[in-house]
Design a protein around this ligand. Structure first.
Ligand SMILES: [Mn+2]
Length: 217
C-alpha cells in the first residue's frame, strides 16, 4: 500500500501524535502484521512525519518521486504539490520547509510552540487561498511534461489537487497517463485499482447496513 501524503491534516512532529494518529498507527500496524507492505510519501501537511511514527505504523518512508519501473507502463508516484509550479510563493515555502536543517531546527522547538506555528500556518494558508484563481492550485502542464520526460515513465500517479481523474497526454509520440487520486474526508475515500486492464479510480461506498465497498468513481 502506497500512501501518497496528507494522510493527516497537520503534523507538528511525531511527539505530537494525537489519539486519531495513534489509532491510524495501530490500524496500519495490524495491516502490516497481516503481510502488507506499507509505504508513505510526505504531503504538504504531514511533511514532518518522521521515522519514529513510521516505525510505530510499520510504514517505510519513501522520497518522492517513487519509481515503479516494474509496472507496465513504468510508473511514478508523487504527492503532487511539486507539480503546482504556478503557485510560486507556495513553491518557495515548500523548498524552505523540506530542507532538513530547517526541519531539525523546528523539531528542536517545544511541542506547544510547533502547535501554535502549525495553527498559524494553516490560518495564513486558508486566507491566502481564498479567492485565488483555481488554475493556480492545479498542476502546471509543463511541469507534468518535464516529469514524464525526466523519469522516462508512461504513467504518473498523484493526489493533492482534489481533482480526481485520469488524463491521457501525448509525450514524444507516446500516449501517457496521469492519474489524480481524490481525497479522503468524512465518509469519502479514493482508491486506485491497477491491474492488467489498466487504471481504475474507485471510491468508498457505504452500502445500507454500513458495509463498505469499493465502486468505480
Ligand atoms: Mn496536499
Amino acid at each position: 500500500m502506497y500512501i501518497l501524503g496528507d494522510l493527516f491534516e497537520a503534523w507538528v512532529g511525531d511527539d505530537g501524535a494525537d489519539a486519531t494518529a495513534l489509532a491510524v498507527a495501530s490500524a496500519l500496524r495490524e495491516l502490516a502484521e497481516h503481510g502488507s507492505s506499507i509505504f508513505f510519501v510526505h504531503g504538504n501537511r504531514d511533511f514532518l512525519l518522521g521515522p519514529s511514527f513510521a516505525e510505530q505504523s510499520r510504514m517505510r518512508l519513501l522520497q518522492e518521486p517513487v519509481h515503479l519501473p516494474e509496472l507496465e507502463p513504468a510508473t511514478a508516484l508523487l504527492h503532487g504539490d511539486i507539480l503546482c509550479t504556478d503557485d510560486r510563493s507556495y513553491q518557495r515555502f515548500r523548498a524552505k520547509v523540506r530542507n532538513p536543517d530547517w526541519q531539525a531546527r523546528i523539531l528542536a522547538r517545544p511541542l506547544w510552540w510547533r502547535r501554535l506555528l502549525g495553527r498559524l500556518a494553516r490560518t495564513i494558508s486558508r486566507r491566502r487561498n481564498r479567492g485565488r484563481p483555481p488554475e493556480i492550485m492545479d498542476v502546471n502542464a509543463q511541469a507534468v511534461r518535464q516529469c514524464f520526460e525526466a523519469l522516462g515513465i508512461g504513467r504518473l500517479i498523484h493526489g493533492h489537487t482534489h481533482r480526481p481523474g485520469i488524463h491521457r497526454l501525448e509525450i514524444n509520440g507516446r500516449t501517457c497517463e496521469r492519474v489524480v487520486l481524490g481525497d479522503w474526508h468524512g465518509e469519502r475515500g479514493s482508491v486506485l485499482r491497477l491491474d492488467r486492464e489498466g487504471a481504475c479510480l474507485m471510491v468508498l461506498h457505504y452500502a445500507e447496513g454500513g458495509d463498505l465497498a469499493l465502486v468505480p468513481a
